[in-house]
Unconditional design. Structure first.
Lengths: 477, 439
């Protein structure tokens, strides 16, 4: 899926953009938005966004209420320094095209080129059940194969879902992430646009992934997609999302809200490969609830961005529910990955597992911040947490900040973490067999992240390995 | 009740107290400066501990005198094997003893007011200057301003003492009196000894305790510091134990947090010197409705420094126990090692347990790790014991005693060790009894 990237044409386009080495997605296009609310945010802009989308009154009310909450809430009092984030200068809503396309050939050339270079349509042809592409604030392309549509799976963008499935949307809207949750959830609730809506009917199971691709193009852009997934009883879904943006000297903001409802006996896997350019703040609120015997799996790769703050959670609300988080984070120069997971055990016999692998290099910071909570009713529940970090050089750092709160005597929790540099012993072993230090380092890192990559769809795994190998270049010496 | 932002103490009262104790000028000034700063300082923050409604700064009487001949018969003291000892009650010093040979070698055990006058240089150099400062936060300022008793212990260069130095610090709650107690312990270069400390409470008055215990370990010294804390149910405490460890020195902490009231424990070791080493062992039992918050922090500043934290806790009834373990390796502490382990046993569904093992790593040439677990009493061990005819409650206590063994075995005096075992036993029996009443 990467072959289309380095054509001669693309290189010409690249030359006009200040790029950072090793980031393949740093190009931008001169697509003029057909509509933009301009810089900054006011109540009037919130109204404009809603009016443009011809939304029902309840959604406008929700947006306005959220905007008030947003203005009241303080910035997070923990984690990375967000003081450089210029919220006043941000573009909060930009519409790139007048309509949404189901056929790649119809997508305007410049936007199409972008996604071609990112390998999106190729991936769809190869292995996806459905695919959508969001460009700035709205979804520009969306398609699902007939065979999956016939099963009754609804896969559409959030704006369309609000029009076509108003009852379903309203029933689950903001139930897991209320606008009061945090400042950026409130901001998203006020200005949300685009995102994915998936409904899988009772008993319908598919392993073939459904993918969304999120792209920020313009400078100082805010992208506020809103994703809502409902996996009905006994059903299963495998959802994959990818994110990239051009390199600019000024900052963009990605503040998504994702809510996943996994009903009784259902299964959901949600895979994210976040590879924003190094001028994007990725401040996200992702939350799932798993009902009786349901399984929610987060697979979360954080490779890019300037600052990421993301702690996907699973509320284990039904007896026997399971939640897992498998994550990797790589932080290079100027990057702070503050990520983790939250597992909230609210019902008996629930289980959770968190496996986090982090790598810090060239002065980057990787922080694990997580919570495991056993509520009063969590009899017989179990949690396992494992955090491993490699700090590649003396400029880099890592904090591990796990909270484990237990309010029940009949549970068990295990937590382990390790922070170290690359193992000298392993290096020595490999180099004594004639492998160069650089290659040996890469092999050790690949082995370190392997538990993660082996869980990815093949194409993603290949891509991720390539990215990490790129990141590791020049890290020896 | 809210934590007060200002102290209802007049500067003249502090001055009068200082004068009544014939204090040296710098101490009087330190008190007054701290009192002046109190208002502008913040309260300390400890992750996942909320003590906003505790009366920690509600002073009642810091200057009232304790009885000089209290009835301490209810306090079990085991001083037979002590090389030296000090017993204090409220703001009185009841007894000081020291082996003549050690006295000849220059070992000092005295109360803090005497130390001010007789060892002014040592005191002025280290009293709230190195491990903590009066302006660190509101609670250290409170301490500096109102300190009303304390002990000073000094072991000179290369003096190695086989028998322990023991201290019994008994809070006077037979009346309304603030217990603002200070310990300054200095281990000079190459010295080695064991210090065994007991904080207890006599009486049932509702009182505040604010304790600062400072340990200075100079190059190559080695201190075994064992503490059994049993402050009373009516006492609300801020307990600050700090160590400052220089080159190749080592401190072995063994703390049994067996208090009965609400308490914030701030155990903090600074590994300043190259090759410095700390073993921080803490065991705790929370019972009744009490909250014990324990933050054990080791900061590696020196190269090749080693910090190990081991915390084991048991929670019964409606009690809360919060363990924060913080391993912090600062930039430049190459080749250092920070490991920690926090384990909590929950014996009740109404209890709240927190185990937060935090690692802050700013250096790459290090080894750091933590493990935490929370669970029930091991079923297999229970089954084994019960199959041999031991009843459930006893079996449970035996398993727990094994679980808390890490600190028990570190206490050098058998009588004191037995006493801690007794305390554990009593806390558990009381807790189990209420547990069973409810079931």
């Amino acid at each position: 899926m990467t072959e289309t990237k380095n054509t001669k044409n693309n290189e010409e386009m690249l030359s006009s953009v200040p790029t950072i080495d090793d980031y393949d997605y740093g190009f931008s296009d001169d697509v003029k938005p057909v509509f933009s609310t301009g810089r900054g945010l006011t109540e009037e802009i919130v109204r404009q966004i809603s009016a443009h989308k011809q939304e029902p009154q309840w959604m406008l009310d929700f947006r306005l209420k959220s905007y008030k909450i947003y203005k009241k809430l303080a910035m997070p009092d923990f984690g990375p320094d967000l003081s450089a984030l210029d919220l006043k200068n941000m573009l909060y809503f930009q519409r790139a095209t007048d309509k949404q396309y189901r056929d790649w050939d119809e997508v305007p050339d410049k936007i199409k080129d972008t996604f071609e270079r990112l390998g999106v349509p190729e991936a769809e042809r190869k292995y996806l059940a459905g695919s959508s592409a969001q460009y700035e604030s709205e979804v520009v392309y969306h398609n699902m194969r007939n065979e999956f549509e016939k099963l009754g799976i609804i896969f559409t963008d959030m704006d369309t879902a609000l029009k076509e499935y108003p009852d379903l949307v309203k029933k689950y809207w903001a139930k897991l992430v209320p606008p009061t949750d945090n400042k950026f959830a409130a901001l998203n609730s006020a200005v949300w646009s685009g995102g994915t809506f998936i409904y899988v009917p009772k008993g319908v199971q598919t392993d073939t992934p459904i993918q969304s691709y999120f792209r920020i193009n313009a400078e100082n852009s805010g992208q506020f997609e809103r994703t809502l997934i409902i996996v009905d009883e006994g059903a299963s879904v495998n959802y994959v999302e990818g994110c990239t943006a051009p390199n600019y000297s000024s900052d963009s903001l990605h503040a998504a809200v994702v809510e996943v409802n996994v009903l009784k006996d259902a299964y959901c896997r949600y895979t994210t490969i976040q590879n924003w350019s190094k001028n994007v703040y990725s401040l996200e609120t992702k939350r799932a609830q798993a009902l009786e015997n349901a399984t929610m799996e987060w697979v979360d790769g954080n490779l890019g961005s300037k600052i990421t703050m993301k702690y996907p959670s699973v509320y284990l609300n039904g007896r026997g529910a399971r939640g897992t988080m498998l994550s990797i984070a790589v932080a290079g120069e100027g990057v702070d990955q503050d990520a983790g997971a939250r597992m909230i055990h609210n019902a008996p016999n629930t289980s959770s597992s968190i496996v986090s692998k982090s790598i810090a290099k060239d002065g980057g910071a990787v922080d694990y911040r997580g919570t495991v909570r056993f509520g009063r009713k969590s009899d017989g529940s179990f949690a396992h947490v494992e955090c491993d970090t490699i700090i590649m050089d003396e400029k880099s750092s890592s904090d591990t900040i796990p909270y484990n709160q237990i309010m029940n005597g009949n549970v068990s929790m295990e937590h382990e973490a390790k922070v170290s540099k690359i193992s000298e012993e392993q290096l020595y072993y490999l180099m004594s067999r004639g492998i160069s230090e650089e290659k040996a380092t890469e092999m050790i890192i690949m082995g370190f992240v392997e538990p993660f990559t082996k869980e990815l769809p093949m194409e993603y795994a290949v891509e991720l390995n390539r990215l990490i190998s790129y990141e590791m270049e020049g890290s020896v010496g | 009740m809210k934590l007060a932002q200002t102290l209802p103490i007049a500067p003249t009262a502090v001055k009068a107290f200082s004068e009544a104790h014939h204090e040296v000028a710098w101490m009087t000034q330190l008190r007054q400066a701290a009192l002046n700063q109190f208002e502008s300082l913040d309260f300390p923050q400890y992750e996942r501990m909320n003590y906003r409604n505790w009366p920690l700064t509600e002073t009642r009487n810091f200057e009232v005198e304790s009885s000089e001949q209290p009835d301490l018969s209810t306090i079990n003291m085991h001083l037979e094997k002590a090389a030296g000892s000090i017993v204090q009650f409220g703001n009185q010093t009841i007894k000081i003893a020291l082996d003549d040979a050690l006295k000849a070698k220059g070992v000092i055990i005295t109360d803090i007011f005497t130390a001010e006058k007789e060892y002014p240089d040592l005191l002025q150099q280290y009293y709230m200057q190195v491990t903590t400062t009066p302006d660190e936060h509101k609670l250290t300022a409170f301490h500096a301003a109102l300190m009303n008793n304390g002990a000073f212990i000094y072991v000179p260069k290369n003096v190695v003492i086989d028998q322990p130095i023991q201290a019994y610090f008994v809070q006077d709650s037979t009346q309304a009196q603030d217990f603002v107690h200070h310990l300054l312990l200095i281990a000079d270069e190459g010295s080695e000894f064991t210090y065994l400390e007991n904080y207890e409470t006599l009486g049932d008055h509702k009182n505040v305790a604010n304790i600062v215990a400072e340990v200075i370990l100079k190059n190559n010294s080695h201190v075994h510091y064992a503490a059994v804390d049993q402050l009373g149910a009516q006492t609300t405490t801020y307990l600050n134990r700090r160590a400052y460890v220089m080159n190749d020195a080592q401190i072995d902490w063994a703390v049994g947090a067996m208090n009965n009231g609400n308490i914030i424990n701030d155990f903090n070791t600074a590994l300043k010197g190259r090759g410095s080493h700390a073993e921080a062992n803490v065991v705790a039992i929370s019972t009744g409705k009490q909250t014990q918050g324990i933050e054990t922090r080791v900061t590696n500043y020196g190269q090749q420094s080693i910090g190990n934290i081991l915390q084991h806790g048991v929670i019964l009834e409606k009690a809360t126990l919060t363990f924060n373990g913080v391993g912090h390796i600062v930039k430049g502490a190459r080749g250092s090692d920070a490991q920690q382990e926090s384990r909590v046993l929950m014996l009740s569904n109404k209890a709240i347990g927190d185990a937060n093992p935090i690692l802050l790593i700013d250096e790459n040439d290090v080894r750091a790790g933590h493990a935490a677990s929370v669970g029930r009493v091991d079923e297999q061990q229970m089954y084994y014991l019960m199959s041999r005819g031991i009843d459930k409650e006893t079996a449970q206590r035996l398993v727990i005693r094994g679980f808390l063994g890490s600190v028990l075995t570190a206490i050098p005096v058998k009588a004191a060790r037995d006493q801690l075992a007794e305390t554990i036993e009593r806390k558990l029996v009381d807790g189990q009894a209420t547990e069973n009443d409810k079931n």
